[in-house]
Design a protein around this ligand. Structure first.
Ligand code: FPP
Length: 241
């Protein structure tokens, strides 16, 4: 792998925990538990190859519709993982960040997030962002509401409202655009994830289910990304000159 051309921002839709469990005749929850192991190895792998920003879709606004018990297991797993991995984040210089409608999360999750984000805020090795209770359209609605309010109060003029102003008001205001978006489990959808931020992202889909997605698979995705030519609307010739 070329270490000079590592994507600045990798985002992952971690899909397939439920199917992985079902394939083994186990309850869905079993898949989520193994999903956490994959999260751990992918965070380690990304840090090793010096990916500066890694964003994981851990819980969508739509996921609230799942059976109560599954939601509660996912929330417990989150609390336990944050608590359990905190030390390793410090050792590896990882900064934790969370995006989404965080106010909807249970208090225990909010408190754990608050604690870990606060303690890791000066780490600079990698920014690990968890998208929790996140939906891109909801993010855009919040953003537009906030901007409309500012225009109404004359703190932003309509003439100055441009892409960079919108960027600064998104949950992702401190993150660069996504370079590589990975989705596991064979589905080829975006599912309301970072719609604005993936405008020029390279998309990578793999049939592997999330609990089976390991370090080698991340390397494979990045290798594939490195072989692509990103033209941003220009011609090949323009890029070469
Ligand atoms: C998708 O599988 C996975 C999720 C909705 C949750 C992802 C959560 C984790 C991996 C665990 C907690 C996260 C962290 C960051 C510690 P699915 O249930 O949609 O699978 P299916 O499509 O096969 O049903």
């Amino acid at each position: 792998m070329e270490f000079s051309n590592i994507p600045n921002h990798v985002a992952i839709i971690m899909d397939g925990n439920g199917r992985w469990a079902t394939e083994q005749g186990k309850p869905r929850i079993y898949g989520h538990k193994h999903g956490v192991d994959s999260v751990r190895s992918i965070v380690e792998a990304a840090r090793e190859i010096k990916v500066p920003h890694l964003t994981l879709y851990a819980f969508s606004t739509e996921n609230w519709e799942r059976p109560k018990e599954e939601v509660s297991v996912l929330m417990n797993l989150l609390v336990r993982s944050l608590r359990g991995e905190f030390r390793k984040m410090m050792q590896n210089d990882i900064q934790l960040n969370a995006i989404g409608n965080l106010g909807n999360l249970p208090k225990a999750v909010r408190e754990e997030l608050e604690y870990v984000t606060q303690k890791t805020k000066n780490n600079t090795g990698m920014v690990l962002t968890l998208a929790l209770s996140y939906g891109s359209r909801e993010e855009l609605v919040q953003t537009f509401r906030c901007l409309a309010e500012k225009v109404k109060r004359n703190t932003i003029s309509l003439e100055n409202l441009d892409e960079s102003v919108i960027n600064e008001h998104l949950y992702t205001r401190n993150l660069p655009d996504v370079d590589l978006l990975i989705r596991t489990s064979g589905e080829k959808r975006i599912s309301n994830f970072l719609l604005w931020q993936i405008a020029y992202a390279e998309l990578y889909f793999t049939d592997k289910l999330w609990p089976d997605f390991g370090k080698e698979d991340l390397h494979q995705a990045i290798l594939n990304y490195q072989q692509r030519e990103r033209r941003f609307g220009k011609t090949s010739q323009q890029l070469q000159s």
